[in-house]
Design a binder for this molecule. Structure first.
Ligand code: A3P
Length: 290
């Protein structure tokens, strides 16, 4: 395992992971992870909709049963495969398990590649990811202070942030050998039409749900509803670790907030880097036309 320690972070194969939530043991557990064929894994670059998937997946896999989302905190309900809770809760979880991970494709454990586990890759406009992450770094004491927005933007573009460059993450998962084991969704399509996105997920996972249950799931998974769910809004975490008065974890839940944060010069700089790094990737994102 390639790992270094650096202030608040561990460096795992060059990727920054917060020590508050990752340990050498948890990363070793991840490397040796025992994937089951019916596992469902939502993959995200941080701030792209991870906790949203932690709400959605158990509902889809249970036909809309709200018990888990009302009684189990998100980090144990749909654990991060690489984080410290994983070894404590994942082995004893009954199948089908739902999990999340921020890892790039090539770092997934060997058992994942030989399994039939399914993946839902959630991508979000990197400019909104940047803004969301900037506020997250202000409220989470286990992350470095982001500095000014301009400084944080430069770090983001250089990949000196959690889990490295956004472009590397997205590209790694686009260039996969998973065939019909992977579904791509975007944060933007979920904001625009959550019901439609849930139907795509149901179809991909081979599940069904009555219209009535689907309506209930849609209304449970809205931003405002999740904000009030203590099992999902991180209000159980002590304030010295996450300070929601500085910025709530469920902050705005909208698309295009970057327009309130990036100057024209910053936008140009951002566009130039992303465009160059995404050159040759045959993917159309909803935000490409903006
Ligand atoms: P904002 O900071 O832009 O509000 P992650 O879970 O990957 O860390 O991503 C967090 C982002 O997803 C935050 O974005 C958060 O508000 C948003 N989010 C979480 N649940 C959501 C929901 N139900 N609807 C819309 N956005 C949601």
């Amino acid at each position: 395992m390639s790992m270094e320690r650096d202030g608040k972070y561990l460096k795992y194969h060059g990727l920054l992971c917060p020590k508050e939530t990752h340990s050498e043991d948890s990363l070793k557990y991840f490397e040796n992870f025992n994937t089951r064929d019916d596992d469902v894994i939502a993959i995200t670059y941080p701030k792209s909709g991870t906790i949203w998937m932690q709400e959605i997946l158990p509902l889809i896999l249970s036909g809309g049963n709200l018990t888990a989302v009302h009684t189990v905190p998100n980090w144990d309900r749909v654990p991060w495969m690489e984080e410290t809770r994983a070894p404590l809760v994942l082995d004893s979880k009954p199948s089908p398990r739902a999990m999340v991970s921020h890892m790039p494709y090539h770092l997934m454990p060997a058992s994942f590649f030989s399994s039939q586990a399914k993946v839902i890759y959630v991508a979000r406009n990197p400019k909104d990811v940047l803004v969301s992450s900037f506020y997250f770094h202000q409220m989470a004491s286990f992350l470095d202070d982001p500095g000014t927005f301009e400084q944080f933007l430069d770090k983001f573009l250089a990949g000196e942030v959690l889990f490295g460059k956004w472009t590397d993450h997205v590209k790694s998962w686009r260039q996969n050998n998973l065939g019909d084991r992977i579904l791509f969704v975007t944060y933007e399509e979920m904001v625009k039409d959550l019901r439609g996105a849930l139907k795509r997920l149901l179809c991909f996972l081979g599940r069904e749900m009555s219209e009535e249950s689907l309506e209930q799931v849609v209304s449970h998974c809205t931003f405002n509803q999740m904000k009030t769910n203590t099992m999902s809004n991180f209000s159980l975490i002590p304030r010295n670790i996450m300070d929601h008065q500085r910025s709530p974890f469920l902050r705005k839940g909208v698309t295009g907030d970057w327009k309130n944060h990036l100057s024209p010069d910053q936008e140009e700089k951002f566009n130039d880097v992303i465009k160059e790094e995404m050159a040759g990737v045959d993917t159309q994102f909803p935000w490409d036309e903006e």
